[in-house]
Ligand binder design. Structure first.
Ligand code: GLN
Length: 338
């Protein structure tokens, strides 16, 4: 690249270079990479546009633009992606958090607030008195359906019999299956600090990223290595949330090259019809002492009906809701046991 004079010119040059190569979102890419290289963001970036491009940053800048030119997602170059108002570290070991997944987090928080009004607003789960001692927790096993609330026990027990229920001595417990960067689990832990949040993943490298995100965002998340529900065997679970791989294997070749060539295949490939992880999670459900009262899943185009049917067939959730994404595609399926 020829010498550039100002930051604005560096932006223009990189944009047209990337655009000429057919790289997607050339302008947005150029701006994000510039902001990252210069350590500026938002207003500070715009105010610096007329400044000379700092010569000591040139090598780093050209390296970043070259990587983007080869199709690498901007987020793997900057190492960051914002999610639900927080900046997450991302590496090629994890799927880049998508904006639509924020809607899954939002739906889980909303339905959880309905199911456990005290659990979200009041810190602890409904009726919970104090942090459970290990002994107390063990005692609780086998009490499924026993709700902690002082009022309405009879009717709630009738409605919720057989389901995991928040009780005194046990915090509302959430598991995130296939946690990746920890976008979902870390956000839930940060938004609802009273909950016990656990993140599972089959990839140790992904769990390491999730752990760093939890740490840097000050969220308490317990990490569990293993396949889907396996690492949560025996855990009383109130909420299960998952954005597993759900792309049909045969569709991977047709994905945008940023995704196909750079994001982890294990985070994308859901088997022949993309629904293997869902079938396996349903099969593994008996590993938990009782079905979680709230489940929230992300899925792809044309899969909502099938996943809703799977949940219905499992028979544990009285209400099944489909949530559209910003493009109007049914993107999340929520199961609720009231
Ligand atoms: N939403 C991602 C994509 O379209 C896929 C994520 C997933 O498989 N969980 O690339």
């Amino acid at each position: 690249m020829p010498q550039v004079q100002s930051i604005r010119e560096a932006f223009a040059e990189a944009s047209s270079f990337l655009s000429g190569l057919g790289v997607s979102e050339p302008q947005r890419s150029a701006q994000l990479l510039l902001e990252h290289t210069l350590g500026l963001s938002g207003a500070a970036y715009y105010m610096a546009l007329a400044d000379p491009f700092p010569p000591e940053k040139r090598e780093r800048w050209e390296y970043a633009v070259t990587k983007r030119a080869s199709g690498e997602p901007v987020q793997y170059i900057t190492g960051e992606q914002e999610f639900y108002g927080r900046v997450f570290e991302v590496t090629p070991d994890v799927l880049i958090p998508r904006p639509e997944t924020e809607l899954l987090v939002e739906a889980v928080l909303r339905y959880a607030a309905e199911l456990w009004p005290q659990g979200v607003a009041g810190g602890r789960a409904a009726g919970a008195s104090d942090a459970g001692e290990p002994g107390e927790r063990a005692e609780g096993v086998g009490d499924e359906g026993e709700l902690g609330g002082a009022k309405g026990d009879a009717s709630e027990r009738a409605a919720g019999g057989g389901y995991a229920a928040a009780r005194p001595g046990r915090r509302l417990t959430v598991i995130d299956i296939g946690a990746g960067s920890g976008a979902i689990s870390v956000t839930l832990a940060a938004e609802a600090p009273a909950w016990r949040v656990l993140a599972g993943d089959i990839s140790p490298a992904a769990l390491a990223v999730a752990g760093r995100n939890a740490e840097r965002l000050g969220a308490a998340v317990e990490l569990r290595l293993g396949d889907l529900l396996e690492p949560f065997k025996g855990l009383e679970t109130d909420i299960l949330v998952s954005n597993p791989p759900y792309i049909p294997g045969g569709d991977i070749a047709g994905l945008q090259r940023e995704v196909r060539d750079h994001e982890p295949r294990t985070a994308l490939d859901g088997g022949e019809d993309g629904l293997d992880p869902y079938r396996r999670m349903m099969e593994q459900l008996p590993l938990l002492p009782a079905p979680p009262r709230l489940v929230g899943f992300e899925l792809g185009l044309g899969q909502a009906e099938q996943v809703a049917a799977m949940l219905k067939a499992a028979g544990h959730w009285s209400e099944i809701v489909t949530v559209p994404d910003l493009a109007g595609i049914p993107r999340h399926v929520i199961g609720i046991a009231r």
